[in-house]
Design a protein around this ligand. Structure first.
Ligand SMILES: [Ca+2]
Ligand SMILES: [Ca+2]
Length: 334
């Protein structure tokens, strides 16, 4: 019998178990947990992020830049909380009451730090990678698209900053969490299984959020109304260890239950700007923790981008998850 694993996490004191995939659980339990936390945050957004704040990078306030899409970052609660994926532009938000230290309320993007010039004016300059805190474990390392392992996302963004304005720097992205490693090619049959698991998982995450919502506002009222229907449906496949056959059959039989979760996830990621397209940066909170555990991630999202414009539009996204053309609805992102 095929051995399967489940990821666990204690969130708000409640254990949530989400079956993913046998190979999605390698490495130490610490890093698995860390990755899991990242992943859940990506999916759950700011509401869930709050209880996990102490385990996450310092919150950073960011303002979006609509011109340079590649580096644009906005106030997406997901990315603000997760932090590590931001490739933001210079942020300048000053409080005139801050007399003592002009840098106090002067925010810089990842990879930059604030310094004052001779006129005591704060400015963002590239951070010296050697000033980044030393990484304490493998889980802090990141692999970039140049296939180099960086000690931490701080080291990565500091290095990227020094390449600013160059073609190399423009192309350099954080690819995934953890040291670079061999990622086996994803074959067609494996690629076909990916959306099955992902869809089921998204549905289960939403139902869990709904069940634990109470006064936590994990979901907004419109989202709750949608999830309520899924939650109350007696034919719902409970979270657990299911074969691909069962997942496929359930998708066919209970297709309607999967439509909203797919839209919801898109809305969680499409934040800066909210324009109906996911950039590399916007997709990062979902991609980066997933790649080391699921070798089809890169191929899956690459192929989602049907017109190859480097953005995943809502219709491309929904089709990727098997949602029928007539059920793709911008208004479902609430
Ligand atoms: Ca967007
Ligand atoms: Ca596209």
């Amino acid at each position: 019998m095929e051995q399967r694993f489940a990821w666990s996490s204690i969130l708000n004191g409640t254990e949530v178990r989400m079956e993913l995939h046998p190979e999605w659980n390698r490495g130490s339990s610490g890093s698995t947990m860390r990755v899991w936390i990242f992943f859940v945050l990506c999916l759950a957004g700011k509401a869930l992020a709050a209880p996990q704040q102490d385990a996450l990078p310092e919150e950073e306030e960011v303002i979006e830049d609509v011109v340079t899409e590649e580096t644009a970052v906005g106030a997406n609660p997901v990315q603000v909380e997760v932090g590590e994926f931001d490739e933001a532009i210079d942020e300048e938000e000053e409080d005139p009451t801050t007399q003592e230290n002009p840098c106090l309320n002067h925010h810089c993007k990842h990879g930059k730090v604030c310094e004052v010039d001779e006129n005591n004016t704060p400015m963002c300059v590239c951070q010296d990678p050697s000033t980044c805190p030393a990484s304490v474990g493998e889980f802090e390392k990141v692999c970039a698209t140049d296939n180099k392992t960086y000690d931490s996302s701080c080291h990565f963004f500091a290095t990227k900053c020094t390449l600013e304005g160059t073609k190399k720097g423009h192309k350099l992205h954080l690819d995934y969490i953890g040291p670079c490693k061999f990622i086996p090619p994803c074959v067609d049959s494996e690629l076909n299984e990916f959306p099955l698991r992902m869809r089921d998982w998204l549905k289960n995450v939403l139902v869990s959020l709904y069940e634990r919502d109470d006064d936590n506002n994990l979901l907004n009222e419109k989202q709750k109304i949608r999830v309520k229907k899924i939650h109350e449906n007696e034919k719902r496949l409970q979270a657990g260890d299911h074969t691909m056959e069962l997942l496929a059959r359930d998708f066919e039989k209970n297709y309607n239950m999967y439509v909203f979760p797919v839209h919801w996830q898109f809305g969680q990621l499409d934040q800066h700007p909210i324009d109906g397209y996911l950039s590399h940066t916007e997709l990062s909170p979902l991609r980066a923790p997933l790649i080391p555990m699921e070798h089809c991630t890169t191929r899956f999202f690459d192929e989602c981008d049907i017109d190859d414009d480097k953005y995943i539009a809502l219709d491309e996204w929904a089709k990727c998850f098997g949602i029928k053309e007539q059920d793709i609805d911008q208004n479902m992102i609430v």
